[in-house]
Ligand binder design. Sequence first.
Ligand code: DAH
Length: 357
Amino acid sequence: MMNDVDTLRAELLAEVDGAGTLDALEQVRIAALGKKGRLTERMKTLGALDPDARRAAGQALNTVKDAVTMALETRKTALEGTALDARLMQETVDVSLPTRPEAKGLIHPITQTIDELTAIFAEMGFTVAEGPDIETDYYNFEALNFPPDHPARQDHDTFYLTPDANGERKLLRTHTSPVQIRHMQQTPPPIRIIVPGRTYRSDHDATHSPMFHQVEGLVIDKTTHMGHLKGCLIDFCRAFFGIDDLPVRFRPSYFPFTEPSAEVDIGCSRAGGGLTIGAGGDWLEILGSGMVHPNVLRYAGIDPDEYQGFAFGMGIERIAMLKYGIPDLRPFYDSDLRWLKHYGFVPIAQPSVAGGL
Ligand code: DAH
């Protein structure tokens, strides 16, 4: 009997030592200590022995059980260490490998400019909203207070789609302003949004592209007035161009969706045939703005006796060209790698107001 138990002990411990993986070790444990394990089966035979023999055999088997349990524990810890080492080896990164400069991507100036102006307006509490490129006449014109035969409609050189089954003639939005209406219909005031996006007009030359980008701004609450419009846009211009004393001028203008309306010019110098942004006696128009027309608020379901606010819109290519000295509009969409390499931005340099733009 004793010999027999010693043999069992030796065999089980050998199996534990021989297990090469955690899975194999688990199989060994089940085969020894599981419900139908060899040791368990042996324990079951104890009941048939007389009391003295049962005590002796029971003690012997318990010693084996303890030894096997301990061996299993030790082996498990060792195998876990091996598994971790193997994984770490596999996940090793060779930091001495050379980088591949030819695979470097750059941020397009349009994306960069959108990121920059988003950082500036986010700092002022604006969030970003979006709307569809394909619009209805209602959102692009009518709800923005362009009456059906208003001459300002002609200024927009609109691309129209083929009328659909209901006879409705959709269009490619000519500006980002329709998102003002869509947003006001969905979100109760107070509102403070910017809307960067693509816009389309049938116009193509050195300074016009049939597809271009605008950013719209909209602020609606109960007390916002023209002074806020001016402060907000002066701060924006100075932050965007990085010139603290940049002269900014508000010039009376006309848009159907704002009253009063103002175009915004920044100071520049054209001395010597070049163009320098900053003080210099000359002016350069960069955006349109105004107090949201009461009719527009009504179209959007907002009571103009309770709410008011301002809006603005500007061309993203234009401000990018001015800031980065890009002379021609057309290469923006040519995907010419030489141009992208020259005017692109390094991806890890995320624009932020604190970090500088
Ligand atoms: N939508 C105008 C355009 O495309 C730009 C604009 C002017 C937008 C004044 C505005 C604004 O929100 O208030 O020319």
